[in-house]
Design a protein around this ligand. Structure first.
Ligand code: IDP
Ligand code: MG
Length: 143
């Protein structure tokens, strides 16, 4: 597995429920490196761009409303196999299906309000990172 970067968003429910520290501790504990972080209020355009692959899904407008409703912590994490590793730590999309020990498996129940976004491929990560960060805002430890 090569070193990779991935985009992680802590969604509004993670901030409202004061789970930020515990989620970050799991990623740090695994050995991943935090290389960029920004507390943002996402614009509707940015949200639609981020979730564009879901534009025809019935939940798209709820998803955009939710992710723009209050603060989101956008982060870039780096490490060996980071994309796959973070997806495993996050768990299945539906928290009812997410294994105990995963972030969603331990702390979420709602499919929409499932605490975390994590990019699902290196290509998606690159595209998603560019929606939130300028290259000079990423303080890479690998390159
Ligand atoms: P992922 O976040 O695990 O990659 P995706 O299928 O990419 O899951 O869906 C993006 C986000 O859309 C989910 O994290 C969740 O917040 C929301 N979502 C997905 N499926 C549903 C649904 O059936 N109802 C409501 N919200 C959903
Ligand atoms: Mg997804």
């Amino acid at each position: 597995m090569p070193p990779e970067r991935t985009l992680v968003l802590l969604k509004p429910d993670a901030l409202q429920r004061h789970l930020v520290g515990r989620v970050i501790a799991r990623l740090e504990g695994k050995g991943l490196h935090l290389v960029a972080a920004k507390l943002i209020k996402m614009s509707a355009d940015q949200a639609r761009r981020h979730y564009w692959e879901h534009r025809e899904k019935p939940f798209f407008s709820d998803l955009v409303s939710f992710i723009t409703s209050s603060s989101v912590l956008a982060m870039v994490w780096e490490g060996r196999g980071a994309v796959t590793v973070v997806r495993k730590l996050v768990g299945e999309t539906d928290p009812c299906q997410a294994a105990p020990g995963t972030i969603r498996g331990d702390w979420a129940l709602s499919v929409l309000n499932n605490l975390v976004h994590a990019a699902d491929s290196p290509q998606a990560a690159e595209r998603e990172i560019a929606n939130f960060f300028a290259p000079e805002e990423i303080l890479s430890q690998c390159r």
